[in-house]
Design a protein around this ligand. Structure first.
Ligand code: UDP
Ligand code: MG
Length: 315
């Protein structure tokens, strides 16, 4: 019999844990494989860890990977993947926005032979600006990146053991798991679902973090910003060369042109702005290169709890 791991990053979700566990159990009952639940406690400061520890004392299927501080969603997901032992790993958010009821469908698609199964959102519940920003991101990503990623797909997915370990093993620090998952390949299936409202509390990924995540996705999978900068630079230089030629001709022909202040001021400000923007774009790539060459690990594990027992045998 195969084993399925369900792997969830958790950060300050104490109010959600018991319902989450109930609904995960409900899903597990419909699956005829052994189950493993891997909860990654991403440095929670509320009762999350205590609640998880209580559950794990009575349920040997539970493994808690406790990180030494808050490392962020993508690092927590990676820690979860590395510490999952299943033949297939289901990765999902722990705030119940990804409904556990979809898991049996993912597993079924895997049984039919797909090695990666994406859960795609038919609809989403997101408050105000957040929802708008998320759809805007998917559009921008599609236009900017060279990666044919499907719309409205996040981390919620099933990966077989090999795919999951390959994704987890990719060394980059600025991680965009949907992109990494695309990169490792394999035959990919899809299951559609309605993304739910958060069960309790406010989103733990602040808008600022989401923006950083979006920039990681764009700069991590595309050189188009650089290319666009270069093209715009070429257009501007061609235009100024043409303008210069015209001025020179007028001068030679003796036509008296006194250039006004406006033209100069506009030209200087425009080119200055363009330069700063492009240096900024360069900076985004350089900062990322610097972060990558530091080769710091993505996270630090403080302990692993399995069946109520503590170990430090982390990966
Ligand atoms: N999360 C995490 N570390 C963080 C932020 C979030 O492990 O630093 C978890 C969070 O508990 C939740 C999941 O990642 O289970 C998704 O987070 P959230 O709902 O805040 O993000 P969104 O749904 O807006 O992408
Ligand atoms: Mg959420």
């Amino acid at each position: 019999m195969a084993t399925i791991s369900i792997t969830l990053p958790i950060y300050n979700e104490a109010a959600t844990i018991s319902t989450l566990y109930e609904r995960l159990n409900g899903a597990a009952e419909q699956i005829s494989h052994e189950m493993e639940f891997v909860f990654v406690d991403d440095g929670s400061t509320d009762a999350t860890y205590t609640k998880l520890a209580e559950l794990s004392a009575n349920d040997p299927r539970i493994k808690i990977v406790r990180l030494s501080r808050n490392f962020g969603h993508q690092a927590a997901c990676t820690a979860g993947l590395r510490n999952s032992d299943g033949d297939a790993v289901v990765l999902m958010d722990g705030d119940l926005q990804d409904p556990p009821e979809v898991i049996p469908e993912l597993v079924e698609a895997w049984e039919r032979g797909y090695r990666v199964v994406l859960a795609r959102r038919k609809s989403r519940y997101e408050e105000g600006l957040r929802g708008w920003a998320m759809s805007a991101f998917y559009k921008a990503f599609e236009w900017l990146s060279d990666v044919p990623l499907p719309h409205e797909v996040g981390i919620f997915s099933l990966m077989d053991k090999t795919a999951a370990q390959e994704v987890a093993a990719l060394p980059e620090r600025h991680r965009y798991i949907p992109g990494l998952r695309w990169w490792v390949g394999f035959n990919v299936g899809e299951v559609w679902y309605d993304r739910e409202r958060r069960f309790a509390g406010a989103p733990k990924q602040t808008l600022r973090r989401l923006i950083r995540y979006a920039l990681d996705a764009i700069f991590g999978y595309s050189y188009k910003p650089l290319r666009l900068a270069m093209i715009l630079g070429l257009i501007v230089s061609t235009a100024s060369f043409a303008y210069g030629t015209i001025l020179l001709l007028l001068r030679i022909l003796g036509i008296n042109v006194v250039a006004g202040f406006t033209t100069q001021a506009v030209a200087i400000l425009f080119l200055g702005g363009l330069n700063l923007t492009f240096i900024g774009i360069l900076g985004e790539y350089i900062a990322r290169t610097y972060d990558e060459v530091k080769h710091r690990p993505l996270y630090v594990v403080s302990e692993i709890v399995k069946g109520g027992n503590r170990t430090v045998d982390a990966r």
